[in-house]
Design a protein around this ligand. Structure first.
Ligand code: SAH
Length: 225
């Protein structure tokens, strides 16, 4: 992981100590068997991929500055949502980002991937599941998970057509969402959505990306994403 993280640092993708140290705590080899330290996305089955390490790093770099809006929050009250948790890699990183305080909710709609993600996490981070610091749901994530919200950070690992209002509603004041937007893989961008302390919402179009779609289980399994 160190070699990979040094490369991502040289390339300017990782630029904060927090993200470097967070990713160092999670061995990607637990989540993908082949070439875990290559900066590539890889096929997970069921027509989806584990994102490339540089995308996970971008997600953590974009999301983490918003944590400073919650300096006065008891860390135990941190709530983070990871929609499309897949391999479980980023779900664990998000827990490490807040020093395993608070709760990270991961949602994955493919039952086999949900189980695989859980098994991957159990390899070296079983305590997070046992202590309910990571809570995984096998369901459609398009409606988020109101039960544990509002969330200080939301990561969406699959692309939506537009910014879903239902997820904006589940964002805490001062919170930030990272979400790929656009159905056309040639015209897809990460949007960073902020809700300020007064509840005003702004969004910024950032980097160009290529994500699988946030869709129904049936459409995904038919390969329509
Ligand atoms: N972040 C994960 C997976 C990225 S791929 C990783 O890097 O390993 C996108 C994931 O979103 C896939 O696992 C896919 O099955 C899931 N997904 C797509 N649409 C979904 C939906 N409506 N609800 C929940 N999960 C969804």
């Amino acid at each position: 992981m160190k070699g990979l993280l040094n490369k991502l640092t040289q390339e300017g993708v990782v630029h904060s100590k927090l993200v470097y140290n967070t990713m160092l705590k999670v061995d990607r080899a637990d989540f993908i068997e082949k070439n875990p330290y290559f900066d590539n996305s890889q096929y997970l089955g069921y027509n989806v991929v584990i994102s490339a390490p540089h995308m996970h790093a971008y997600a953590l770099e974009y999301l983490s500055p918003a944590l400073s809006n919650f300096r006065n929050l008891n860390p135990k009250n941190f709530r983070i949502l990871d929609i499309g948790s897949g391999s479980g890699y980023l779900t664990v990183c998000l827990s490490k980002l807040i020093d395993d305080e608070g709760i990270v909710v991961g949602i994955e709609h493919i039952p086999e991937l949900f189980l695989k993600g859980k098994k991957n996490i159990q390899k070296h981070h079983k305590n997070l599941l046992d202590e309910k610091k990571i809570i995984l749901f096998n369901c459609d994530g398009r409606n988020g998970c109101k039960e544990f919200g509002p969330y200080h950070l939301i990561h969406v690992g699959a692309a939506a057509e537009t910014i879903p209002q239902v997820l904006v509603d589940q964002l805490a004041r001062g919170g930030r969402m990272f979400i790929p937007i656009g159905l056309d893989p040639d015209n897809q961008y990460i949007y960073v959505v902020d809700k300020d302390l007064n509840g005003n919402v702004t969004s910024n179009k950032t980097i160009s990306v290529c994500y699988v779609l946030l869709t129904s289980k049936e459409k995904q399994l038919r390969g329509e994403c």
